[in-house]
Write a protein that binds this ligand. Structure first.
Ligand SMILES: [Ca+2]
Length: 650
């Protein structure tokens, strides 16, 4: 810490430093304006049977690139060598128009690719494109960092393999991208910036990403301004001198009066105090404990529902109908997430069957794929959210709001706005979002109360993906937000049309489902909402009754152990050597210590747990006889995808 001052002065709007960052476009002939004698685009390497330049339609200038291909087995590209620097990331943009682009993939798009000096493929950036018939739309993406060993890079306009139709491209841009230099996460409080009567100190993780700025942590300083919301008056300013890439900023809250505040964290150049980046967190200080809230998140990341810890154990649904809901209610599940927004009658029905509903408002974003009809502006979105919250916020079946289903970072401003609206319009329920973008979760941290990711690996990838994504998700929030994961129970064949492809697919087995669910719990999940009830209903490979029985069996075991999983009693220190296949955690409930240990692998394994002291008894759940344990070490043997639940007393 460099200094700490309390200034009773008004703080005006902080002007951001002028940003002179405007890197050049690295693409030659980006608008396809120059052509060779035979009509091919200059500077591009294009197959002329499919790609030519045309004068109509264009997005700008006089010409654009056109693709016309009726042959699903012909796969050709239009590329350009491009000078990209290893270690840097790039933003790519292009305008695309399509006419009747057909096929299973995502259509007309662009990509960046990198190769080693000897021509080995090293990776690339592949944003999804547009298919069917759409007017000019922009494809945008930021690449990962170009690998150190990359020697040659390409930018490519193309239509994905096995697709037919017509498409046009214009105004290609590839520009050097700078990662924002400051990423913050409000660690404490962990829910909606709520500072209660106990006045825990504020904690904020500030991670620096300085590689694109040629700066070291010692050349910058961190500054936190605590200001009153509304009049913006400054309450406190503090500075920190970071030594490493991540610094935890701590501020006392004892003297804060009740009210709303903003905590503004800024990164400044140490030399000239130039502001390099800034992020802000809303805070709310209150003197009496908040009462009367149907659901909220406690300091242990647990959902508290009607005053008690609640583990959301549910499934994704389509639209609710009574017959199906009665089948579902006769199961260990306690909630559901229907994609079809339920009516009041459907909410009443869920309530009468003892089920909670995670209510979707995920389609209230104009311009998104499944947007509700008629939404054109953010004001329209606000109107819908107001109406929905007014209609359902007092409904006893409501558990949480479903705010985002995998929307990309293009929507970040509105995702943040919707989270803020929900906090204001319904203080009584948290929000939940689900993303597949596991590499970008840090950018979404202002958009939710609880987060999940949705790994669906079976059968093409290892079941380990469930535990890996859960770990990555927990890490992205530094263990300071609830993580409700979305494990797979469905068959990918539900999403394929080709009979041959369908036949090669299958839903996860019971052993795989158990392992994936418990991997998530071992990595810190405090809720599981499986994907999906409607898919196991429509699977033509494994009949519903068969898969549903297995799903219920798996869920039943989790339900029995919910009080254990949600227990926050201190646990003894247990250690184990790290193994790539092993996911484990401990809990205590009364006198019993639970060791939850999961094998994510299709072969058996062994592990040794150092218990610290000699247990008086050890049982493996599901095995009648107690285990013989000598000394302080537990020798554990795992079957393939084995879930070992040990119950120990000391
Ligand atoms: Ca053009």
């Amino acid at each position: 810490m460099l200094a700490s001052v309390v200034l009773p002065v008004m703080l005006g709007t902080l002007g951001l430093a002028a940003d002179d960052w405007s890197p050049p476009n690295l693409v030659k002939n980006p608008g396809f304006e120059t052509v060779t004698e035979n009509g091919a685009p200059g500077d591009w390497d294009a197959d002329r049977t499919v790609y030519i330049t045309v004068t109509e339609p264009v997005h700008s200038g006089q010409r654009a690139l056109r693709f016309a291909n009726p042959d699903a087995n012909r796969y050709v590209l239009c590329s350009q060598r491009i000078p990209l620097q290893p270690g840097k990331a790039y933003e790519v943009r292009v305008w695309v128009k399509t006419e009747n682009i057909q096929g299973d993939d995502s259509g007309a798009t662009i990509c960046l690719e990198w190769y080693s000096a000897d021509g080995k493929y090293l990776g690339g950036c592949y944003p999804a494109g547009f298919k069917g018939t759409v007017d000019w739309q922009q494809v945008k993406a930021v690449s990962g960092r170009v690998p150190r060993e990359a020697a040659a890079c390409n930018v490519t306009c193309y239509v994905r393999e096995h697709m037919t139709g017509k498409a046009w491209w214009d105004d290609v841009e590839v520009r050097l991208w700078r990662e924002p230099p400051l990423h913050t996460l409000l660690l404490t409080p962990n829910y909606r910036g709520e500072i209660g009567p106990e006045r825990r100190p504020l904690e904020v993780a500030a991670r620096l990403a300085l590689a694109d700025y040629d700066l070291q942590p010692r050349q910058v300083r961190l500054r936190a301004d605590l200001v009153r919301a509304g009049d913006g008056s400054l309450v406190q300013t503090r500075y920190w001198a970071p030594k490493t890439a991540e610094t935890v900023l701590r501020l006392g809250t004892k003297r804060l009066q009740p009210g709303r505040y903003d905590l503004r964290v800024a990164l400044e150049s140490g030399r000239d105090r130039h502001e390099l980046g800034r992020e802000s967190w809303r805070l709310r200080v209150f003197d009496a404990a908040l009462t009367g809230r149907a659901a909220y998140i406690d300091a242990h990341n647990r959902l508290i529902c009607e005053g008690k810890p609640f583990f959301p154990l549910g499934m994704y649904w389509g639209a609710i109908n009574e017959a199906d809901l009665r089948v579902y209610a006769d199961s260990p599940f306690n909630c559901l997430m229907p994609y079809g927004p339920p009516t009041k009658e459907q909410m009443d029905l869920a309530h009468s069957l003892g089920l909670k509903v995670i209510y979707t408002v995920k389609d209230v974003y104009y311009g998104s794929t499944y947007v509700e009809g008629g939404l054109k502006t953010i004001e329209d979105e606000r109107r819908v959210i107001e109406a929905k919250t007014r209609e359902f916020r007092d409904h006893p079946a409501l558990l949480a709001w479903y705010l985002n289903d995998e929307l990309p970072l293009d929507y970040l401003d509105r995702l943040e706005a919707h989270q803020e609206w929900l906090e204001e319009l319904d203080p009584g329920h948290p929000t939940w979002v689900v993303l597949w973008q596991v590499g970008q979760l840090e950018s979404y941290v202002r958009t939710f109360g609880a987060i999940g990711t949705d790994p669906y690996p079976i059968p093409g990838s290892p079941a380990r993906m469930a535990g890996q994504w859960a770990r990555q998700t927990v890490q992205s929030v530094r263990g300071r937000r609830p993580v409700w994961m979305v494990p797979q129970v469905f068959n990918w064949a539900c999403y394929r049309e080709d009979p041959k492809e369908k036949a090669g697919l299958r839903p996860p087995t019971l052993a795989e489902m158990r392992s994936m669910a418990w991997q998530c719990i071992a990595e810190g999940a405090t809720g599981l909402v499986f994907y999906s009830f409607f898919d196991i209903q429509r699977d033509t490979v494994v009949p519903f009754d068969q898969q549903w029985a297995l799903v219920k069996q798996m869920a039943g075991e989790i339900k029995e152990l919910i009080p254990v999983v949600l227990s926050v009693e201190p646990t003894p220190r247990i250690r184990a050597e790290e193994q790539p296949w092993l996911h484990w955690t401990t809990r205590r409930l009364g006198r019993t210590v639970y060791l939850i240990a999961v094998n994510d692998d299709e072969t058996g394994h062994r592990a040794t747990f150092e218990l610290g002291k000699c247990p008086t008894s050890v049982r493996l759940r599901g095995v009648r006889d107690a285990l013989a344990v000598q000394g302080t070490q537990l020798q554990a043997r795992f079957g393939r995808f084995g879930v070992n639940l040990y119950e120990m007393e000391f």
